[in-house]
Design a protein around this ligand. Structure first.
Ligand SMILES: C[S@@+](CC[C@H](N)C(=O)[O-])C[C@H]1O[C@@H](n2cnc3c(N)ncnc32)[C@H](O)[C@@H]1O
Length: 200
């Protein structure tokens, strides 16, 4: 099964309550996004947004240039259906992040539980190069070294806040970092490392 097939299968067979990453309110992401002090018309992209509620919160906060990218068309379809009329306010991109060719710069790049799926030096370097090219502020959350070793049945790379920040330095510099526990819909705990970084 390819990576895309894996994710299409997840989003066509499982409900939000059946996947570990679901959040009823994406508090950590929204707080870190707010800390970037972006103007309301700043370009913001949610990488691997799936059907996360980050986009709903950004709309509610008045942001007007929001993009959501995901490898799964089914995930994007779900998010569009959930948003109803508001879906037309969002730029939806169905793409593998490693094939994404941005046509503009992003004031904020948000990635929760997507970057950690990259496990080869080459893929990680490609992602960091992409970020270095088009991003002013970045919020990334991955499983920490005390978190799970797999996500959705796939191998992941664990990070400490230090190793996560180091991956994007010196192009970006660290503004904030911490660990936080995510409580899954089925009552388990996943420890995340989050960093907020920006260009100097
Ligand atoms: C663990 S889920 C996290 C979803 C969302 N960010 C959240 O926090 O609720 C991973 C998401 O990344 C997407 N994804 C996985 N690999 C990807 C890739 N190479 N390019 C783009 N999206 C990817 C999946 O379809 C899925 O929606």
């Amino acid at each position: 099964m390819t990576n895309k097939e894996h994710w299409e299968n997840i989003y066509t067979t499982k409900t939000p309550a059946e996947v570990s990453w679901t959040e009823t309110y994406p508090k950590t992401s929204i707080e870190l996004l707010a800390a970037c002090n972006a103007p309301k018309d700043a370009a913001i992209i949610d990488i691997g947004g799936g059907d996360s509620l980050v986009v709903d919160s950004l709309l509610a906060l008045g942001y007007t240039d929001i993009s959501v990218l995901d490898i799964s068309a089914a995930a994007i379809e779900r998010a569009k259906n959930r948003l109803g009329e508001d879906a037309s306010k969002i730029t939806w991109i169905v793409a593998d992040i490693l094939d994404f060719k941005p046509t503009k710069n992003y004031y904020i790049w948000h990635d929760r539980a997507v970057f950690h799926f990259l496990t080869t030096t080459l893929d990680i370097a490609q992602y960091t190069q992409l970020v270095g090219q088009c991003v002013r502020n970045m919020v990334v959350g991955t499983f920490s070294q005390n978190g799970p070793k797999k996500c959705s049945g796939l191998d992941i790379s664990q990070y400490s806040t230090r190793t996560l920040a180091q991956t994007f330095e010196p192009k970006l510099h660290l503004c904030d970092s911490f660990y936080t526990d995510h409580h899954t819909p089925f009552g388990t705990i996943q420890n995340f490392a989050f960093v907020r970084m920006s260009v100097k």
